[in-house]
Design a protein. Structure first.
Length: 432
């Protein structure tokens, strides 16, 4: 679980931003939305980030997800192999390079390093405890050491942190990710050289493994990049192999026309393909499903996976293509008992932040000031906000001191008046 996230000079974030996920222990309402990790320390299972378009929400999500991908793939692997994902059904191939995965420096500070820092509580693994991962990186050519990567550990939240690694590199390659992915061969090399080095390596790998597997293997991401049909198809295909009954329960929540969904052998291919039957027993293809149905299936599967693994799901603009009640279904999944899973999501719609599900210390507002600087503030910390203040009733109220990067209604009305009054033969001819 994330305790906090610190981001500076990353994509649209030009000033430092810190999101704190520590819950307020004295609050007794909605206890199913927090996890007690030690005496007096609670972490929020749900956090919603609200703001208008271009306010910086996606930059926050990109920063969080970039760490996992960066740990997974080194610069050399990207140069040689890139990422390749194929499905026979779609004939789809995806390729990315590292410069696309680590977000760029902000345009105002292109000659400075970017910084993403996260603190996590990891309750399982070889070395449970609190991990702080600190990444400084630079994508340009003006700095010799393009990477500074650090990992710190402490058993209890008040303990002094122990430095597991701090390293500078000229190339964009994760020391933690590289050694995790090559630990067997590296262990053999150390063993051949010196038993003491071998033991030191194995001790350090216990921390690397705990952090890496929680961040990379068990945490999930939902961004537009992951919601393209081929990836959703692969996800659903795998889920049907695991638990066809659960898939059918979920799909009927969103599409009443469907009788059942299953896997069948294709005539032209040895692989099973996804087949859907409606109430009239007519056969439908995966492409016949609505965008919302596909997204719900993707989100529910990844939510259930996160809940099982006590992991993290990060979702950008969670409400897109979904009915509000289905969005609330996703939120409520993370309130189930005996799970320390965490959901962090962004939204444009204040109605998603339902006071029946979320507490006020689980809502962040993101905005831009007059100089286009980013501002992020927890709703519960704003003046005049009580534990029972209803967020959605106050968000658009100009008399309240709640900032929001919503569209300027006055500017919108001026634009509509302009379109309504322009001379069509002069202004509209370019659209004919």
């Amino acid at each position: 679980m994330f305790n906090y996230i610190y981001i500076d000079n990353v994509a649209g974030i030009d000033t430092p931003v810190k999101l704190d996920f520590i819950g307020v222990p004295r609050k007794k309402e909605k206890q199913n939305t927090v996890v007690k990790i030690e005496n007096g320390v609670y972490v929020n299972k749900l956090t919603g980030i609200i703001g208008g378009n271009a306010s910086g929400k996606t930059s926050i999500i990109r920063a969080i997800t970039a760490i996992g991908t960066f740990l997974s793939f080194s610069d050399e692997r990207y140069k040689n192999d890139k990422i390749s994902l194929k499905t026979k059904k779609e004939g789809f191939e995806l390729k990315e390079n590292l410069l696309d995965i680590l977000p760029s420096q902000n345009n105002k500070h292109k000659d400075k390093m970017s910084n993403i820092k996260v603190e996590m509580y990891i309750e399982s693994g070889e070395e449970p405890g609190y991990y702080t991962y600190d990444l400084h990186y630079y994508l340009g050519d003006n700095i010799e050491n393009k990477l500074i990567e650090s990992l710190y550990y402490r058993k209890k939240i008040k303990d002094e942190p122990t430095t597991i690694v701090t390293i500078k590199k000229e190339k964009l390659e994760s020391e933690i990710g590289y050694k995790y992915n090559h630990k067997e061969s590296l262990a053999v090399d150390y063993k051949d050289v010196d038993d003491n080095l071998y033991n030191q390596f194995n001790k350090k790998m216990r921390y690397y493994t705990t952090f890496y597997e929680h961040y990379v293997k068990y945490s999930q991401t939902s961004r537009d990049f992951f919601l393209i049909d081929p990836i959703q198809y692969i996800n659903l295909h795998f889920w049907l192999q695991q638990d066809e009954e659960m898939v059918n329960k979920v799909i009927k929540l969103v599409d009443k026309k469907i009788e059942y969904i299953t896997l069948e052998k294709s005539k032209d291919d040895e692989e099973d393909e996804i087949v859907i039957y409606d109430k009239n027993n007519s056969k439908l293809d995966y492409d016949d499903l609505s965008t919302g149905t596909k997204k719900l299936l993707y989100l529910v599967y990844n939510s259930l996976y996160a809940i099982k693994q006590n992991a993290i799901l990060v979702c950008d603009e969670i409400e897109n293509s979904l009915h509000l009640d289905l969005v609330k279904l996703i939120l409520e999944l993370f309130t189930v008992k005996d799970s320390n899973a965490q959901l962090i999501f962004t939204t444009n719609n204040e109605n998603v932040l339902d006071e029946e599900i979320l507490r006020n210390d689980q809502i962040y507002c993101i905005d831009r000031d007059e100089a286009d600087g980013i501002k992020v503030e927890k709703f519960s910390n704003m003046p005049g906000v009580r534990y029972d203040t209803v967020f959605k009733k106050n968000y658009r109220n100009k008399n309240k001191n709640i900032h929001s990067a919503q569209p300027n209604n006055e500017e919108i009305n001026k634009f509509i008046d302009y379109i309504d009054n322009v001379k069509k033969d002069k202004e509209y001819k370019r659209y004919i």
